[in-house]
Design a protein around this ligand. Structure first.
Ligand code: ADP
Length: 257
């Protein structure tokens, strides 16, 4: 068998983290950040110590989706390590909390920034670090897998046939990187209106992925105005309504990871 991609010494900042879960999608806008944030707050609600690392340097969503009091990461002047900010008990690191960033960065710079933010943050003891990956299958994914031993990946997609091809690409990438894909979340599956259920993107491509690649779990998330509203309001839906239907789906996902 091929050697695992992660072969280096574990960076100090990551040594006390039990599980690192990557939430990934192959396209933007399918709800990856929504799933990452709600999964993290679900795990925290179940009593785990949790952090979120927003690895999307070009379009960081975390500063919109959660509203910590302190919106700027601080640095320890001696050790130069970063103190994560915190909201409802979850530790948060995002380029969006790093102050004025450069508007244009080249690939190697981006990887460097991601690497630095992840490994120099003082995460402390965590049961789970949830990483909101950038969309696609690129440089940053490789960097992340090289610096951090990912425990598992959760793939977010929409039910369209078109997405199937992209998801397959993502699953193959993680498989090459020796990271098991444990679940697919089919987001925006359906909505209910006038007593009827509508499937605007069709049905079935999620189960096809799960079957073809032997992924153990598939979850459906409906289109819910409250999900987008809570994303915009900085309060994760599962924290706002911990007994709701969406929260139940995330609890099932939380049990899998
Ligand atoms: P990505 O991280 O894949 O780019 P986001 O999580 O940022 O996607 O979601 C894109 C937009 O869609 C956001 O405005 C979000 O609030 C909204 N959204 C995501 N999932 C749902 C859903 N199930 N119902 C309603 N709105 C959603």
């Amino acid at each position: 068998p091929a050697k695992p991609v992660f072969a280096g010494e574990l960076p100090k900042g990551l040594q006390k983290i039990s599980n690192i879960i990557a939430v990934s999608s192959c396209k933007g806008g399918v709800g990856k950040s929504t799933v990452a944030v709600n999964l993290a707050y679900t795990l925290a609600g179940m009593g785990a110590r949790v952090g979120i690392f927003d690895a999307d340097v070009f379009g960081p969503s975390l500063p919109t989706m959660v509203s910590p009091e302190n919106r700027l990461l601080e640095m320890n002047p001696e050790t130069r390590s970063i103190y994560p900010t915190e909201y409802l008990g979850v530790k948060l690191v995002s380029f969006g909390f790093a102050g004025q960033g450069r508007a244009i960065m080249r690939g190697p710079m981006v990887s460097g920034v991601v690497n630095q933010l992840l490994t120099t943050a003082e995460w402390g003891e965590l049961d789970y670090l949830v990483i909101d990956m950038p969309p696609g299958t690129g440089d940053i994914h490789l960097t992340l897998c090289q610096v951090a031993p990912l425990t598992a990946a959760v793939i977010v997609t929409t039910p369209q046939k078109l997405s199937f091809i992209d998801v397959a690409k993502g699953v193959r990438m993680f498989s090459k990187l020796k990271v098991p894909c444990i679940a697919v979340v089919e987001n925006m599956c359906y909505f209910d209106a006038d007593g009827k259920r509508y499937f605007p993107f069709g049905k079935g491509s999620g189960s096809q992925v799960v079957q073809q690649f032997g992924i153990p779990h598939l979850f459906d998330l409906p289109i819910r105005p409250t999900l987008s509203a809570s994303g915009d309001d900085g309060m994760p839906e599962v924290a706002r309504d911990p007994q709701g239907e969406v929260a139940k789906t995330f609890q099932d996902l939380g049990v899998c990871v």
